[in-house]
Write a protein that binds this ligand. Sequence first.
Ligand SMILES: [Zn+2]
Length: 225
Amino acid sequence: MKLLKISDWAVSRKNNTIAIFHDEDLLLKPGKPHILMMGGVHGDEPEGVHLAEQTLKWLEQNRSPLKWSVSLVTCLNPDGFKASQRVNGNGVDLNRNYPSKNWSAEFDQPRYYPGPSPGSEPEIQAVVAWVKKTKPRLIIHFHSWKPCVVLSGPPGEPYAKALCESSGYPLQNSVGYPTPGGLSQWGWFDNNTPIICTEENDQGGLEKTWERFGPGLIKILTALD
Ligand SMILES: [Zn+2]
């Protein structure tokens, strides 16, 4: 399918451009539900960038009709990705920086620094503006840690289950520790958009991540809406 690329969708703290890809109809002929997918939120999780790049490749080659309009960011945090660090160029954990009701200035480790204020970072401002403009029905972001699929929002259950089935990873309703200012909080608890977080195995999961999550993503895109 033909995807359009907005090359300068956002500019990071360190002046790296962040691109988004989307199908032709998303902005011109909205009608189908919209799914937003993002990799590279945390710069030291290459599995998520790899999965997003493989998803992009599949979309570009795909000829089957999709149930969804799609948009995809392959790497939300190019500053961190270039430096192999979790945080962005301002030292901020982007998944603590969403302007959610529970955003908190407190943090116990530098890797969780939430930024000077809610939504202070250009990467998160871009996501927030895009979500407000395009109103996705579902958002999936790709991470790596301990293998699991984390669902926030019961309407996302069929999709999360498809990803659990293909990966063999367990379904969880929480990552197991509080994430104030996280996408789950802002997306689901504040704005009613179900959020799925895939966690690939960060110990040697890179080569297998498409094999594990690809079939689940394809099932969501082609068979579920
Ligand atoms: Zn992560």
